[in-house]
Design a protein around this ligand. Structure first.
Ligand code: UD1
Ligand code: MG
Length: 424
């Protein structure tokens, strides 16, 4: 069967598309079809784990009096996630060879004009992360839920959404769906949860607004489901369009997933309501494998990227965080964790709405002489940061942006701390 060239060649790079005879040669050439990618960046993962795991264990075991049952489930889930991490690290190079064989690759646009810009970087490696995540999450049910557990239906509906989203992300990577259509894909993938959701559809009105609205709790009915759908559309697309620097797509997910974990532990520790605790424990059971498998991908995707994540990953990660926020009942907090994504979305609105022309890639300008990026007029947080901070290398800019993400998450914790009691 003749293989077709896939997407991923930016409009500025059409001249590098191999002709069909070249492609045939490429596919017949075993040295091409079996290249190996650079090894994982273990140093980065070690440093990140050193910063995050001890404080997490401290919160889980010492700081908060958490029931043995919940602790046990969290630990089982954490151990399974750890296995998931190693399996993902092992499988990414294998999958890379397969995607390259099928011409699913991209060129690193921010290295154009240097030898690294000519390397075919395997695309859509989010597929490995998604599959390992789903296996961990599905197997975990065996250890945690009883047959009559109320949670089982929604847990599986959440997994169906994540799986559906991953499929549509992969379809997008392979078929290159027009981007106005792909904005809507998450609303289709969110259907399993919207249909199965039998939880409450009420929202607690912030105390300062109660006198104006007249009730403390408002039942939104079907509008609550609409809100859930919109949240899924926002989370997935906002991760996908805050992208284009090595490590940024996965890095932002790693930071947000860590904040979600800390938030959940704090809520479980501070509450005495068993249902409330279960909702937050439920979030942890999905956030831990998301974090572990994403770290494995980051070890390859960090600057200089040896693999790209694809829309498979950005959609998968966004949908997973959306269902975590919906079923954990903390979507407002989640949206504050998403502050950089909200800003990037607002800056992007003129181009997304078609008011200002939107090119296929809205990336900064790379200067191969200096290796520095300059911000362009395209409305993204990446470009605006460059215009504000001055020219930066790709790696430095990514670290700045992830730092900003971490600051947004810390701000959210501060805000919750100071507004507690007054706001809700
Ligand atoms: C979104 C953005 C687009 C941005 C792209 C980069 C919008 C509306 N769309 O599009 O502006 O250019 O993400 O991910 O804001 N790439 C790199 N370096 C990286 C990551 C990706 O050069 O670190 C390039 C590669 O050529 C890769 C391609 O971007 O193949 C992936 O783009 P894709 O995810 O398909 O773009 P979109 O999600 O459609
Ligand atoms: Mg993308």
């Amino acid at each position: 069967m003749a293989s077709k060239p896939r997407k991923r060649l930016s409009s500025t790079q059409t001249s590098t598309i191999p002709s069909s005879s070249e492609k045939q040669n490429i596919n017949n050439n075993s040295s091409y079809s079996d290249p190996s990618i650079a090894p994982p960046k273990w140093g980065l993962i070690f440093k990140l784990s050193l910063f995050s795991i001890p404080p997490y264990l401290y919160l889980l075991f010492y700081h908060y009096p958490i029931e043995q049952d919940i602790r046990r489930s969290i630990l089982i889930n954490a151990s399974m996630s750890l296995v998931g991490f190693f399996v993902t690290v092992k499988l990414i190079p294998v999958a890379s060879r397969y995607v390259l064989k099928r011409n699913l690759f991209g060129f690193d646009i921010n290295k154009k004009g240097t030898p690294m810009g000519d390397i075919k970087v395997p695309e859509s490696l989010g597929i490995v992360v998604g599959i390992v995540f789903l296996v961990v999450a599905i197997l975990f049910q065996y250890f945690n839920f009883t047959e009559d557990s109320n949670w089982l239906v929604e847990y599986n509906a959440a997994l169906a959404c994540i799986c559906f989203m991953m499929l549509l992300g992969f379809v997008d990577d392979v078929l290159d769906v027009p981007w106005r259509v792909k904005l809507l894909l998450p609303s289709i993938a969110a259907l399993p949860l919207l249909m199965a959701y039998a939880g409450h559809t009420t929202i607690v009105i912030p105390k300062p607004l109660v006198p104006h609205i007249g009730v403390e709790v408002l039942d939104l009915g079907w509008m609550y489901k609409l809100y859930m759908g919109l949240l899924a559309v926002f989370c997935t697309n906002s991760i996908n369009i805050h992208a284009g620097l090595n490590g940024l797509e996965v890095g932002q997910t790693v930071v947000i997933a860590s904040a979600i974990l800390i938030h959940n532990i704090m809520q479980i520790g501070a509450s005495s309501d068993p249902e409330y605790k279960l909702a937050h424990a439920f979030s942890i059971y999905l956030a831990q494998p998301l974090l572990a498998t994403s770290l494995a991908l980051l070890s390859y995707n960090w600057y200089p990227s040896s693999v790209f994540v694809g829309d498979t990953y950005t959609y998968f990660a966004g949908m997973t965080m959306a269902v975590i926020g919906i079923l954990g009942h903390f979507s407002e907090t989640l949206l504050i964790f998403f502050l950089p994504q909200v800003l990037n979305f607002l800056f992007s609105l003129p181009q997304l709405s078609g008011y200002v022309p939107c090119p296929r890639h809205r990336l900064p300008r790379f200067d191969p002489e200096t290796g520095l990026l300059t911000g362009t007029k395209d409305g993204t947080l990446v470009n605006l940061s460059l215009r504000f901070l001055g020219r930066k290398s790709e790696k430095a800019l990514c670290i700045y942006l992830l730092g900003f993400q971490a600051i947004a998450c810390s701000l959210c914790f501060l805000l919750r701390h100071f507004l507690a009691g007054w706001y809700k």
